[in-house]
Design a protein around this ligand. Structure first.
Ligand SMILES: *[C@@H]1O[C@H](CO)[C@@H](O)[C@H](O)[C@H]1NC(C)=O
Ligand SMILES: *[C@@H]1O[C@H](CO)[C@@H](O)[C@H](O)[C@H]1NC(C)=O
Ligand SMILES: *[C@@H]1O[C@H](CO)[C@@H](O)[C@H](O)[C@H]1NC(C)=O
Length: 329
């Protein structure tokens, strides 16, 4: 029990710190938290968007990619691997906190060793959302595309581990799902394509997509599934630039949208958790909103001085249209 709580805490810390340090020009690596690996899972599988994409988009024909400097400037070898970050992304940090490995590779475009196959990968694709339109608008992988790749992966895993061990790995590994930000920040607030929905019905639609995704992932054998809520979307750099006025303030409407989305998502996760519909599932909701908002409002408490470095002005913590070309301007 205690170790489970410790694991959720370190999972949260991994994501929260990494989301904030992702700004390319303001970076140091996240402080290490105590490892909690008493129940080390065999593998970590990650689905979602740029927060946890280690380079899948390099293999796609999309503008949403980051395989050039200054991305990766703090990565070993200063390699711009395609991670939307100066260094590691939260999926890497989580893999190492779980005691699995230091870097969680991209599934696409990586020559996966047997070890990679046995210990997990990320299928995440920067720019996607639970709403399939979000990915389609920027030519990246939808969540369903990511599941198709997971299915393919399971075939490869079986060839390495044998059918029985492969099924065991799939059933006992940790799954992490991080997406939804771009549904609101890009598709709803920035493009006209979902404006036939009012905000609340759109959020219901997004949560319906999230619920379907969780059920399908369960159908593929996953049981321990962690789903992150949305960060304070109104406070991420790109949205402050777009809609925050001259002072680049946080945008209250957008933050309110995150709050509504998160409440509905958490409720749905609780409903599905261990239910008759998904027997044996252990679902966790990860609150990114509260710790991130606190870090944004009280940066000094986290040892982060308030930055106004002009290079940061255009950096998008979360992609907005074409984040990388914005950053490289
Ligand atoms: C737990 O993690 C620590 C630090 O990474 C490591 O030294 C230790 O061997 C790990 N224990 C297990 C059981 O994996
Ligand atoms: C960095 O890039 C170099 C040259 O492309 C490659 O040989 C090396 O393996 C990469 N290192 C990492 C950690 O990806
Ligand atoms: C799901 O159930 C497990 C117990 O099986 C519990 O630890 C966990 O907190 C529940 N998740 C949510 C989101 O309530």
């Amino acid at each position: 029990m205690a170790s489970k709580r410790a694991m959720s805490r370190s999972l949260l810390a991994a994501i929260a710190t990494a989301v904030l340090i992702r700004r390319v020009c303001c970076a140091a690596d996240a402080p290490a938290a105590a490892p909690a690996n008493q129940t080390r899972p065999p593998a970590l599988f990650v689905f979602g968007d740029s927060i946890v994409d280690p380079g899948n988009n390099n293999a796609l024909t999309t503008l949403i990619r980051c395989n050039f400097p200054p991305y990766g400037q703090d990565f070993p070898g200063h390699n711009a691997t395609g991670r939307f970050s100066n260094g590691r992304v939260p999926s890497d940090i989580l893999a190492s906190r779980l005691g699995i490995k230091e870097y969680l590779p991209a599934y696409l475009g990586t020559e996966l060793s047997d070890f990679d196959l046995l210990t997990g990968v990320s299928f995440a694709s920067g720019g996607c959302g639970f709403d399939p339109l979000t990915a389609e608008l920027v030519s990246v992988l939808t969540m369903d595309n990511q599941l198709d790749l997971f299915k393919e992966y399971k075939g490869k895993l079986e060839r390495v581990a044998g059918a029985r061990r492969a099924a065991e790995i799939v059933a006992t590994s940790v799954y992490m799902v991080v997406t939804g930000t771009d549904d609101l920040a890009n598709t709803y607030f920035t493009t006209p394509f979902r404006r036939d929905y009012d905000l609340e019905p759109y959020i219901e639609f997004v949560v319906g997509c999230a619920s379907d995704f969780i059920k399908k992932l369960y159908g593929h054998g996953a049981r321990r599934i962690n789903i992150a809520g949305a960060p304070p979307i109104g406070c991420v750099p790109s949205q402050r630039t777009n809609a925050g006025g001259l002072d680049r303030d946080c945008v209250p409407l957008y933050n309110q949208a995150s709050v509504v989305l998160n409440a509905a998502l958490e409720k749905e996760i609780k409903r599905l958790n261990g239910s008759a519909e998904l027997p044996g599932s252990v679902l966790k909701y990860i609150d990114l909103y509260t710790p991130l908002l606190d870090m944004i409002q009280r940066p000094a408490a986290y040892g982060e001085p308030h930055r106004t470095d002009p290079k940061c002005e255009s950096a998008t913590t979360f992609p907005n249209r074409s984040p990388c070309s914005q950053d490289s301007r």
